[in-house]
Design a protein around this ligand. Structure first.
Ligand code: KG4
Ligand code: ZN
Length: 369
């Protein structure tokens, strides 16, 4: 049985999408049935000396990269611009300079081609990626619990339908990826830190250091990582940073990764208690690429008889396929509700764009408006 959505004849297809909300410049072309026709993601290296994303550098790099990237993706798909049915771009939340660059490029293309422009909420795109055909064996039916863990976000979200999201909890200080990045910096590893910490942790003993698990066991599903990060700094204090023994660094990386996994496992257990109708657990965002964390989440879901799904690594981190897919889901939902295909050409990119506001765009117009 094919899990590809039944084609809707009037749906504009394929969708060319752009992602530029942080430090990755990405473009993809995806058909309305979820077929990925071409995709490319460029990671910006200009931030490495600064150990974090510099917004001004990011915006300029997006501007420089986009024209050739879009042309390259069209060529890889064997398409001409006129073959595109709709254009989409991340319009928030994110770094405003990059969002403006990506959204305006996409809008220009949509105007020139006389195609609809769909503004995509970056978090919504992460939230819906697991529904891309071929990722979850059951197609990730609604409602499901989403754990979004990236460099800028750490949230538990009840995904009840396209445009229907309920935030159950989230971090009260650092995001999980931010904690990985900061610990990586303390250990003298490169940036971004998550993959480097995970690689080093493989060589260390997770029981080597006793680290705290903030908020563990507390009611609700909020997260806190800043105390954990401070504890890692304290464990490092007696050592000369320039001559840190490999065993100590690896042991700390492993102990930190275990602490994060314990915290997330505990919080997700609570979140599932708060969402008894969940039909599955889905993880998304860069930190969901972590294999230790994925294994823990799989265990938690299976212990409750629920499926666990997470996109493949390249679709966990920022990418444009998820942006195209969110646009397709939005258009499908609009058509299913008898609404016109959205055209967001007048929508301005927004550094903050709460998911709770997404329902309004799919609400039926009030009589007389
Ligand atoms: O979703 P993402 O690509 O960008 C946004 O923040 O939106 O996530 C990037 C974050 C970085 O903090 C990076 O260190 C973390 O995801 N990350 C990981 C791993 N791969 C990426 N953290 C832990 N383990 C990994 N394997
Ligand atoms: Zn992201």
């Amino acid at each position: 049985m094919s899990l590809r959505p039944a084609p809707i004849p009037d749906l504009p297809s394929p969708v060319l999408a752009i992602e530029s909300s942080c430090d990755d410049t990405a473009c993809a072309i995806v058909g309305a049935d979820g077929t990925i026709m071409a995709e490319a993601t460029l990671s910006q290296s200009g931030h490495v000396p600064f150990g974090g994303v510099v917004p001004e550098i990011a915006a300029r790099a997006h501007l420089g990269a986009l024209p050739a990237l879009v042309r390259d993706v069209l060529a890889r798909a064997g398409m001409r611009p006129g073959d595109i049915g709709a254009v989409a771009a991340s319009c928030g939340p994110g770094l405003i300079g990059g969002l403006i660059v990506g959204a305006n490029f996409a809008k220009g293309l949509a105007i020139a081609l006389e195609r609809p422009f769909i503004a995509v909420n970056h978090i919504e795109a992460h939230a819906l990626t697991a529904r891309l055909p071929g990722i979850a064996p059951d197609g990730a039916p609604f409602p499901y619990l989403l754990l979004l863990v990236s460099g800028g976000h750490c949230q538990c979200i009840a995904v009840e339908g396209v445009g229907r999201y309920r935030r159950l909890g989230g971090t009260i200080d650092d995001a999980a990826g931010e904690a990985f990045d900061k610990v990586a910096k303390m250990l003298g590893l490169g940036w971004p830190g998550g993959p480097a910490v995970e690689a080093l942790a493989r060589e260390g003993d997770p029981a080597a250091f006793a680290l705290p698990r903030p908020l563990m066991g507390r009611a609700g599903c909020d997260f806190s990582f800043s105390g954990l990060k401070t504890a890692v700094a304290q464990k490092l204090a007696p050592y000369d940073r320039d001559a840190l023994p490999h065993g100590v660094a690896a042991g700390l990386a492993a102990s930190f990764q275990l602490a994060v996994s314990d915290i997330v496992a505990d919080r997700i257990g609570h979140a599932l208690d708060m969402m008894p109708d969940a039909r599955g657990l889905v993880a998304a965002g860069g930190v969901a690429a972590n294999t230790v964390l994925r294994a823990r989440l799989t265990d938690i879901a299976h212990a409750r008889g629920l499926p666990f799904a997470a996109p493949p690594l390249r679709l966990c981190t920022d990418n444009a396929v998820m942006v195209a897919w969110a646009a397709i889901e939005t258009m499908r939902e609009a058509v299913a509700r008898g609404l016109p295909i959205p055209d967001d050409i007048a929508l301005r990119p927004r550094p903050r764009w709460p998911l709770g506001e997404m329902a309004a765009r799919l609400a039926a117009p009030q009589a007389g408006t």
